[in-house]
Write a protein that binds this ligand. Sequence first.
Ligand code: MN
Length: 325
Amino acid sequence: MSLAEVARLVREGEDFLVVPHRRPDADALGSSLGLASILRALGKRATLFVPSGPPRSLTFLAQAGHLAHELAPDARFDATFVLDTASPELLPDGMPGADRRGALVVLDHHATHTDFGDLALRDPAASATAVLVVRLARELDVHPLPRDAATPLYAALAADTGGFRYLGTSAATMRLGAELLDAGADAWTVSRHLFEDWPLGRLRLLGALVEGLSLEFDGRLAILRVSRELMRATGAADDMVDGLVNYGRMLHGVEVSALFWEWPAEEGRAATKLSLRSNGHLDVSQVALAFGGGGHPAAAGALSTLSLEATVERLRAEVLPLLSR
Ligand SMILES: [Mn+2]
């Protein structure tokens, strides 16, 4: 689907709904805030739907625009933009039905995804969904980018590139970062909130995770276990676990870091959240896919229906062929 078609939909419509995936991360929320602000700069109405509200760590971003926690039952939209969302199951509850949401337009950069949406701009080569939002803004001749879009889009880009460090960070990534700074993005506030400013529970949890880290396959696979007991002992809240998987990847010799997070069992079924990071040579999105999840080649995840240790066991079996290639 072409950028021009999506741009035409924007020009012809008046009233838009913008939705990031559930439990939005910085790219999902930042690119949604950015798009809503760009639509408003064009004189359109934009409702940003985040029923759960922002996660605590991203409340600093939510100041850039109003988040709707619910939609009026009779609300109708000319089109609904869904951002950073690889499959419809990842959308929040309470989405309007097909008769009220208009065309469903997906902007996403996940390598593994479900084909959904009436129109889609999908580019796995884009380092963040924010890149696609800026492409759309250019197509719509929005110059310069609105000031209140700058910090959210910068945060989205900074988060998904690990602070402009990850594989795939290019001159174009840096140029876009610079353009967002020119538009008024507050880089220090973003860096401080995204990469520092940790609650004590998270730092204590990291300490315990490093202490309990185990290595497999000659130190090429790092395993981090987050049990409910460890969460209790360190005083960490559920929103403090995201991203800790990266610490396993920092270790010399490690190619894949896997974090296993014991999730409260629902209806008596065991569940383990699995996060995977690769140092670039192995495609962990394929491993996540085997567990019913997905993501990017270097960063992926899944929700396993097995217990924590059974998930570890299964992962060993899935990763071994990759490592021996
Ligand atoms: Mn993303």
